[in-house]
Design a protein. Structure first.
Length: 294
């Protein structure tokens, strides 16, 4: 006779043991339940003792579960706090960047206001001013140094007029269109300005070097009398540039010339003042006495 193709669960020992264990657990649970019900009804003291025993047995499990739940909750709180701290840090960094930008803008505005106040004061004290114009371009990287003013012949500008800022001399106009003008800067190699040293009036010539600096050369032959720190202003000699306009300060010197930095840098200026060409006043010679006069 052939063996059956399938076996019942009763032929498996593991299944039998599992079924038996479930019956035993169910019976024990039922017994414990009945015991608790009876003791609660007829023997409350014994019922409390039984509850105490079960509490002692289950307390390690309950404690472990509570610790695990607390640890999980603390972990979740920690992760949440970390994420919250990260978002707060990003917000603080954005606020700091915004405050830094505002501070830089405020400093730039204060600097511009200071220069405008100097310009207004110069306009009030300057006589015979032709116009005030904006510097809209300058050739700072070329050997030839020019700038462009946003005013031209319509505003009364013409070739030969000196241009200055509150800081000092900028140059002179060499060409004037209708609404713009071209300025030959002080630092151009073709620009020569008569100057004098402030502390003693020693005359000299300031010539542009084409690199943003000036070469100061004394008119008198001999050893160079100029030293580092000397300040030079226009002398007014030869006309064009009015006297006593700040020009430059010397920062190095050798036996022949002094190298100076101009006070006015067109790359950092917004506005300039155009003046009429300076005409030096030549004193008239005293009239000769008439014949026979004592």
């Amino acid at each position: 006779m052939a063996p059956p193709t399938s076996r019942r669960s009763g032929f498996s020992r593991r299944a039998q043991y599992g079924l038996f264990a479930s019956y035993v657990i169910a019976i024990i649970g039922l017994f414990i339940g009945l015991l608790l019900a009876v003791t609660a009804r007829f023997d409350p003291t014994g019922h409390d003792a039984i509850q105490g025993v079960f509490a002692d047995i289950t307390s390690p499990i309950a404690g472990a579960g509570r610790s695990a739940a607390g640890g999980l909750s603390a972990g979740v709180d920690g992760v949440s706090a970390y994420i919250d701290a990260g978002s707060k840090n990003r917000a603080m960094e954005a606020e700091i960047r915004s405050d830094r930008t505002k501070l830089i803008e405020a400093q730039a505005l204060a600097h511009e206001n200071g220069r405008l106040k100097q310009l207004i004061h110069l306009q009030e004290s300057q006589t015979g001013m032709v116009a005030t114009a904006r510097l809209i371009a300058s050739t700072g990287a070329s050997t030839r140094r020019f700038a462009t003013l946003s005013a031209g012949s319509l505003q009364g500008l013409a070739s030969g007029q000196p241009v200055r800022a509150a800081e000092g001399l900028i140059g002179r106009i060499v060409a004037a269109a209708r609404i713009t003008s071209r300025v030959l800067l002080l630092t151009d190699g073709g620009n020569v300005v008569p100057v004098k040293r402030v502390r003693d009036g020693t005359p000299a010539l300031a010539t542009g070097r084409g690199d943003g600096t000036l070469e100061i050369r004394a008119l008198e032959a001999g050893q160079n009398p100029f030293r580092m720190g000397d300040v030079f202003v226009t002398s007014g000699a030869g006309g064009v540039y009015p006297p006593d306009v700040p020009v430059a300060t010397a920062w190095s010197s050798d036996r022949e010339v002094a190298i100076a930095h101009p006070f006015a840098d067109p790359n950092r200026l917004d506005f300039a003042i155009v003046l009429p060409p300076y005409v030096p006043i030549i004193p008239k010679p005293a009239a000769a006495p008439a014949d026979g006069a004592p």
